[in-house]
Design a protein around this ligand. Structure first.
Ligand code: ADP
Ligand code: MG
Length: 241
């Protein structure tokens, strides 16, 4: 499959609408979301609880299909793919970080980070080295063989972030990644996200209700009434609008 990597826009969503139906009730959560994210760009999306942040993240991550609208990732019309091709595309190009880290309790930090690459049948020795290097890079070099239960909340979240990066996805989607952390740990996490995105040219979309995290990203959008309103951050950002 050819990726449209000559373009610098990695995610392009147009007219995303999502309606949930239960019985005769219809709930229109997303009305009209339009969005572009560039390569290596950090976009924060803020919004109150229940406004549709997770719904949008699941759609951008191709875990759920919209009721209407288009989504292209790296130039690929993802919802035009078969379910199998879509699963392969997602596994290869999209990383996820959730609020609750979803680490597997019986595996070590190292094994948890290795897992997505092992599932993709990459050679184990390379993966082990890569996973250890990533954990070192986030200050967890002495925690490789700790299980999640032996790590602090902030450490677990850092493991979850590097696990999302092991396959070098073009896009990392994070759903309230600091929602569970104390102030110091969440600031470390923000710094980490910025460094990793710079180092690997990965685009991050971070759903958050944390204003400090949101303002540390390149661009900030507000999800309101089913649509996205961009706020211009008052600092020099080159060509960012
Ligand atoms: N699978 C679903 N079926 C029906 N309603 C849903 C479903 N998922 C989410 N919702 C509703 O959509 C709205 C937005 O939810 P969500 O995206 O989780 O909000 P947020 O992440 O911003 O808190 C909520 O009112 C929620 O109840
Ligand atoms: Mg949510």
């Amino acid at each position: 499959m050819n990726l449209g990597l000559e373009r610098d826009i990695i995610i392009e969503a147009q007219g995303i609408r999502k309606v949930f139906r239960s019985g005769s009730e219809e709930l229109e959560v997303l009305r009209q979301v339009d969005l572009e994210v560039g390569r290596g760009e950090l976009l924060a999306i803020m919004g109150v609880s229940g406004v549709g942040k997770s719904t949008l993240l699941h759609i951008l991550g191709t875990l759920d299909r919209p009721t209407a609208g288009q989504l292209s990732i790296a130039g690929v019309d993802v919802f035009g793919l078969s379910d199998d091709d879509l699963a392969r595309f997602r596994n290869r190009h999209i990383g996820f970080v959730f609020q609750f880290h979803h680490l597997l309790p019986e595996f070590t930090a190292l094994e948890n980070v290795m897992l997505p690459a092992l599932v993709a049948a990459e050679p184990e020795e390379c993966i082990r080295e890569e996973a250890a290097a990533l954990l070192h890079s986030v200050g967890l070099g002495k925690r490789l063989y700790h299980r999640p239960g032996e790590l602090s909340g902030g450490e677990r979240q850092r493991v979850a972030v590097v696990r999302a990066l092991i396959r070098k996805p073009l896009v990392v989607l994070a759903d309230e990644p600091s929602g569970n952390l104390d102030v110091a740990s969440s600031q470390n996490l923000h710094e980490l996200i910025r460094e990793l995105s710079r180092a690997h040219s990965q685009a991050f979309v971070v759903m958050t209700h944390d204003r400090v995290l949101a303002e540390s990203m390149d661009r900030l959008g507000h999800l309101e009434w089913g649509a996205l309103r961009m706020e211009s951050l008052s600092r020099g950002n080159g060509n960012q609008s």
